[in-house]
Design a binder for this molecule. Sequence first.
Ligand code: NAP
Length: 374
Amino acid sequence: MTLFTLRWGIISTGWIAEQVVSDLLVDPTTRGTNDVVHKVTAVGSRSVAKAQKFIDDFVNGDKTVKAYGTYDEVYADKNVDAIYIGTPHTYHYTNALDALKAKKHVLCEKPVTCNAAELRSLIATAKENGVFFMEALWTRFQPLAKEVKELIDSGTLGLPVVVHADFSVDFGIEKLPLTHRMLDPKLGGGAILDLGPYPLIWTILALYEHPANKRTKPSNVTGTMYKTPITGVDCNTSYIVTFSPNSSTGSTLAAQAVLSCSMNVASHNPGVTIRFEKGTIMIDAPVPCPLRYTVQYFQEGKPGEIAREDTRTFEYVGSGWHFQADEVARCVRDGKLESELWSHDKSILEMEVFDEVRRQGGYKFPDGIEKVLL
Ligand SMILES: NC(=O)c1ccc[n+]([C@@H]2O[C@H](COP(=O)([O-])OP(=O)(O)OC[C@H]3O[C@@H](n4cnc5c(N)ncnc54)[C@H](OP(=O)(O)O)[C@@H]3O)[C@@H](O)[C@H]2O)c1
């Protein structure tokens, strides 16, 4: 098999860019990947000195990697095939738009945009320019998530009925500067956009993607927020996503997800519980990159009485961001404009849920932050 090399241009030099680039440099064969490999060819920052320091610290000081003091120079670089965007949420739309118009493939951090309207605009631009575009929902590509998905689809546990999922991080918000991206409304601060994608990704995997659901959107979304008096962004958010049988799509799934995210308390275990007719799947925290899950099988005809319990653990070199990069490389190699695993419709569903939860929770971004409105 020919080895395909994807050449990456990195946009921004913050925390997540450090993690993702470190994973791009991990030898792919350590995770059983033998068909694609990654090469960082350019790094763009608002400061060329920062870009160079990032290359020195995270790309082994590789002299062949270009350091740029603007993002536009990365989009224009002929030695870059795909752009990775790691800026704060409220910059994703503009950064991705510029990259797509330059005909670069794009992997954009979660939440992919501030709202569903911005996302629809980006998807249209990607299609017009014939390039690949995906939200960096890395969880969906990890081996544990793929195995859980296979178990769900096998039907051994019957149909899913209720999902409980939480993702919380104690950011110590009282001590953060008001300009920190978690607190600043101008940067899309708050729990829902930053942490909310993770409880939702497990819901999308278990319920939206379930064969019985026929890709039917939720029949109802409700949300409630506690907003911190520090800056008014959401600190604790709970949201319920309901899927109902639907004769026009053929869906026979009746299931509900009870989800939450907080930025002032740590996560707890299990981070995700998926309750089925014939058993339960419990996934350990942290839910963005879990390494262990347990399945309880109920006794035949005795719901709730546990006949058997299996625990599965996973390990790999790196931190788990490289699996999504392998997917991007394979899609680009194969001329695909979207990934089947985290396809455009799943990101749209995610952003529509967040729009609705923010509407019900009364969280409006400052004027001008959302670049495209409904
Ligand atoms: N997938 C995950 O697990 C994960 C984890 C954490 C965060 N994220 C996502 O990644 C994004 C960035 O998070 P982060 O924690 O890496 O943030 P961060 O450490 O603050 O880094 C953001 C970077 O964006 C650039 N930037 C451009 N305009 C900026 C502005 N006005 N203010 C601040 N920075 C600006 C800066 O790089 P330059 O100065 O070099 O241009 C900065 O270093 C967020 O959307 C977040 O949701 C994802």
